[in-house]
Ligand binder design. Structure first.
Ligand code: NIG
Ligand code: FE
Length: 429
């Protein structure tokens, strides 16, 4: 027997993101980012993991399926779509708290990387780490993601940098995805940095990526996207173009890390390649903003690394939004630059440091995040037919999600209608 329908009633604010979309079905831009489609005293009717209907409680309660549904009140909660975290490096062997302390003492991220620390120090440990250990840690982190309202996340490889170790990471991601409850979208980031064994021979590593690693990963169905860290100390735009062009031929859609540490032209390249997303963008110039605004590429802003590295310059969110770019927000969860799973914290940073409005930040973290993962037909808003992915915050107003920071007020999270986190004990089905 399929489980009984579930009826969530009396949400103080039900943030649907189901507003009018004059430009069709793309990501939200400009003023559309502020349209949250809020229903006061709202209800969601869920059947077989999908949203049946959404509306004012009094109306939804009259739906034919509502009579047999299990009813759960959300009177004290703001309810919204689960966060779609479109940029994470979920699988890594251990923290880099030692480097954190070195940076506090004055060393820069780039200096530490040049000394053999940084990404390469994580690579060294990951190559030796058993899959079981990576799985165990992955599961623990996923529980934390769920506890902060995230229901879908992208996860990159990129700490293996040889075929065997990259496959090990991607297989761990596939296993975690199969186990659930969160949905994980895998990205191949073999082009994170040049591994030690190819030091001073970056072109030979690019060849290896293009000729061997990408075709193997793609033919085994281990990734959906291919990413390149296009920056000083990593890959040039010319190398990124080669890698991403080869990836696309194999069916992996391109995305990029660009303009984080230095302005290298990665944003321009992303727009030219119609990359799915271009992420970071702290160092973009006016011309880049203009190009990105005209492109289909989603600009994924990551205030977490700026905060954690103690830098002053956040990405110019206001200029991007006002120019008409499609902006998303993500954690960039990773041990080097952004050790957080908390989308609410990312919203706080986006609002206070990047001057996004709370409504813009929520849209960027849900609806546009779903577009950045090519999953907008299923997740990112509360509309009939979409997956019943919801989170509830014990608050009076959606603006309080970023307003309160450093405290987790998420009380329950549903994935496909099933509770994956429940601090209230009311979802014992
Ligand atoms: O997104 N920029 C490249 N990758 C990560 C950092 C990874 C690391 O330092 O381990 C980032 O910031
Ligand atoms: Fe990253």
């Amino acid at each position: 027997m399929p489980p009984r329908p579930l009826l969530i009633t009396h949400c103080r604010q039900l943030v649907t993101l189901a507003g009018s979309r004059p430009e069709g079905s793309g990501p939200r831009r400009g003023r559309q980012l502020r349209e949250l489609g809020i229903i006061r005293d709202g209800a969601v009717l869920i059947s077989e993991g999908r949203i049946e209907t959404v509306g004012p409680t009094r109306r939804v309660e009259r739906h034919p399926l509502a009579r047999q549904a299990e009813k759960i009140s959300a009177r004290e909660f703001v309810v919204l779509p689960g966060f779609v975290d479109s940029h994470t490096h979920l699988v890594f062997p251990s923290s880099r708290a030692d480097e954190y302390e070195q940076r506090i003492a004055g060393a820069t991220y780039e200096q530490i990387a040049r000394r053999g620390g940084g990404i390469l120090s994580t690579v060294k440990k990951l190559r030796r780490a058993p899959s079981q250990e990576l799985l165990r840690q992955g599961r623990n982190w996923l529980a934390e993601f769920a506890a902060h309202g995230t229901t879908t996340l992208e996860a990159k490889s990129g700490y293996g940098l040889d075929l065997k170790s990259e496959i090990k990471i991607l297989e761990v991601l596939h296993r975690l995805n199969r186990e659930g409850p969160l949905e994980i979208v895998p990205t191949f980031l073999g082009a994170h940095v040049v591994p030690r064994e190819y030091k001073k021979r970056s072109q030979a590593y690019v060849e290896l990526l293009v000729r061997r690693m990408i075709p193997t990963i793609a033919s085994r169905g281990l990734a959906e996207f291919c990413d390149v860290f296009c920056d000083h100390g990593a890959f040039t735009p010319a190398q990124a173009r080669l890698i991403l062009t080869a990836a696309r031929v194999c069916g992996l859609e391109p995305r990029l890390h660009a303009e984080q540490l230095a302005r290298t032209g990665g944003a321009h390249l992303a727009a030219q390649l119609h990359a799915v997303s271009v992420d970071h963008l702290e160092r973009v110039k006016r011309d880049d903003i203009r190009r990105l605004a005209r492109s289909s590429t989603i600009c994924t802003l990551l205030p977490g690394p700026v905060f954690h590295l103690g830098k002053a310059a956040y990405a110019p969110a206001r200029a991007l939004i006002d120019a008409g770019a499609a902006v998303a927000l993500a954690t960039d969860f990773n041990p080097g630059t952004s050790p957080t799973v908390s989308m609410p914290m990312i919203l706080s940073l986006a609002c206070t440091q990047m001057r996004m409005t709370p409504a813009e930040a929520i849209t960027a973290a849900t609806f546009n995040g779903a577009h950045a993962l090519r999953r907008a037909d299923r997740v990112g808003s509360l509309e009939p037919g979409k997956q019943a992915d919801l989170c509830a915050f014990e608050l009076c107003d959606y603006r309080e999600i970023p307003y309160y920071f450093g405290v987790n007020l998420c009380r329950w999270t549903l994935k496909r209608g099933q509770a994956i986190y429940d601090a209230t004990g009311r979802f014992q089905r």
